[in-house]
Design a protein around this ligand. Structure first.
Ligand SMILES: NC(=O)c1ccc[n+]([C@@H]2O[C@H](COP(=O)([O-])OP(=O)(O)OC[C@H]3O[C@@H](n4cnc5c(N)ncnc54)[C@H](O)[C@@H]3O)[C@@H](O)[C@H]2O)c1
Length: 446
């Protein structure tokens, strides 16, 4: 297969061909606008709206948030941008029931994703949902099942690094065998966390904290577990690996064509921020992806790294060379020829490309590139690491039944919902999805 054809095929296999070949103006001018409702008007909800406007061809007609200030400020920004204000809602099911939507963006904290995603499927709209797919593995399984029952619905999950030219190029090279056998992968994101006040206090008057907590345990409010900072709280974001590291675990799964790891062993602790956050500020997890050890490390404190250029990214060690890859750059070092070390810069607006792919998929009624099956697997991978931390021992995964091995681990796949919310997993055994067939095809042809 020629280089050109290979590239075209891989792009088709990842669902991005149409997005990259359609100019935004074509998408924007020739069809009626896609009517969008946004659930969760915080930081990333704003990023998604910006991305959608850059692509064009959208009309943001409804907003939902449990914080009246976020709702008001986002509505005002939209009024300036599109000349009229969207309808605003405190309750997402009221927004969905009001109708008039083609698609929703879900940009709430992860403990809300499952209920909102399932309600959106019921309401008949297309979905762009942020990562991680949900808070627990059973929620994810219920979401895969429901998505499978609605094959006409376009679903994009927010792993925008799947649009990275650097990661794509590395994936092609690894699959072509340019690294030889990949023997080990190291993944890391080190940064210095800026923590907020963790003293329990009244929530801001405009924030409905009861509703914000929703199906998750209701902890006393503090700024450190509120807007944007919830990521390092065990009951909400579940820590740095689940929140940010998941992007690289997803990318590694994609590069290696790997499924859920068959074994994960994690260790971690609070060496610096004990009493202020509830997930490790220092952590190592070793994932066994079909015999390839993938080692995750993070440290949220201390001075800048010895080599700051590699503090966020993935190292792939193969028999024929080493690759380091991050969002917009990758470095190749051939074995035995260090002087031929080569750095390639590959800049792209990942948020915009991922949105462009979603909106094109909605117009063309085709699959988007960030599938729910892949998001489930990447979410399961990082959750197994957190389960290993809780249990203080390795956790194994049965790839046939999609169950963790052992009663204690199986119990941790699901967190009980807070009343009156009802967990969407009803005890159904894993019934499969469509991911295996798609991956197999991409692998065979390349
Ligand atoms: N893809 C990426 O690179 C990326 C980057 C950042 C965040 N994210 C994801 O985006 C999501 C939001 O993260 P964020 O950083 O914007 O958080 P945030 O705290 O800034 O915003 C979340 C918003 O959701 C609102 N909310 C909470 N419960 C709600 C409910 N039941 N109904 C309606 N609104 C509700 C909050 O009030 C808040 O305005 C998370 O899933 C996060 O993982 C993805």
């Amino acid at each position: 297969m020629s280089e050109m054809n290979r590239r075209t095929f891989l792009n088709i296999a990842t669902g991005a061909w149409v997005a990259s070949s359609l100019s935004p103006s074509m998408a924007a001018t020739e069809a009626p606008p896609i009517r969008i409702g946004l659930i969760g008007c915080g930081w990333y909800g704003g990023v998604l709206l910006d991305a959608a406007y850059k692509v064009g061809g959208v009309d943001v007609v409804a907003l939902c948030d449990v914080d009246q200030r976020h709702l008001r400020e986002t509505a005002e920004k939209l009024r300036q941008r599109q000349g009229r204000e969207p309808r605003t809602f405190r309750l997402y099911h009221e927004m969905l029931a009001a109708g008039g939507l083609d698609a929703v963006f879900i940009a709430t904290p992860p403990h809300w994703h499952a209920l909102q995603f399932l309600a959106a499927l019921d309401a008949g709209v297309h979905i762009y949902c942020e990562k991680p797919l949900a808070y627990d593995i059973r929620e994810c399984q219920a979401m895969v099942r429901a998505a499978r029952a609605h094959p006409d619905r376009v679903i994009q999950i927010g792993f925008q690094r799947r649009q990275s030219l650097a990661i794509r190029e590395v994936r092609e090279r690894v699959q072509r065998g340019e690294l030889g056998q990949v023997r080990q992968v190291d993944v890391q994101i080190h940064y210095t966390a800026g923590l907020l006040d963790s003293t329990p206090q009244d929530p801001p008057p405009e924030l409905d904290w009861e509703l914000w907590c929703g199906p998750a345990p209701k902890l006393p409010y503090s700024p450190q577990i509120g807007h944007k900072s919830w990521r390092l709280e065990k009951e909400y974001g579940h820590g740095h690996l689940v929140d940010w590291g998941i992007h690289w675990i997803d990318a590694v799964r994609w590069i290696l064509n790997a499924d859920v790891p068959r074994r994960v062993e994690a260790s971690g602790t609070l060496v610096r921020y004990a009493g202020r956050i509830t997930t490790p500020d220092t952590m190592t997890a070793v994932f066994d992806f079909d015999g390839i050890p993938v080692v995750w490390r993070h440290r949220l404190w201390g001075a800048q790294e010895y080599d700051p250029d590699t503090s966020n990214g993935v190292f792939l060690y193969g028999d024929e060379g080493t690759i380091f890859v991050t969002d917009h750059r990758w470095v190749f070092i051939p074995r035995g020829r260090p002087a031929e070390r080569k750095t390639t810069e590959a800049k792209a607006d990942l948020a915009r490309l991922h949105m462009e792919d979603f909106l094109a998929a909605v117009r063309q009624r085709r699959a988007a590139s960030g599938t729910v099956s892949d998001a489930y697997r990447s979410t399961a991978a990082v959750k197994l690491a957190m389960m290993s931390l809780d249990l203080g021992r390795p956790v194994k995964w049965d790839s046939k039944t999609h169950e963790a091995v052992g009663d204690e681990a199986i119990r941790l796949m699901k967190r009980d919902y807070r009343a009156p919310y009802v967990h969407p997993w009803r005890g159904e055994p894993w019934a499969g999805d469509t991911a295996e067939r798609r991956d197999e095809r991409a692998w065979r042809v390349s």
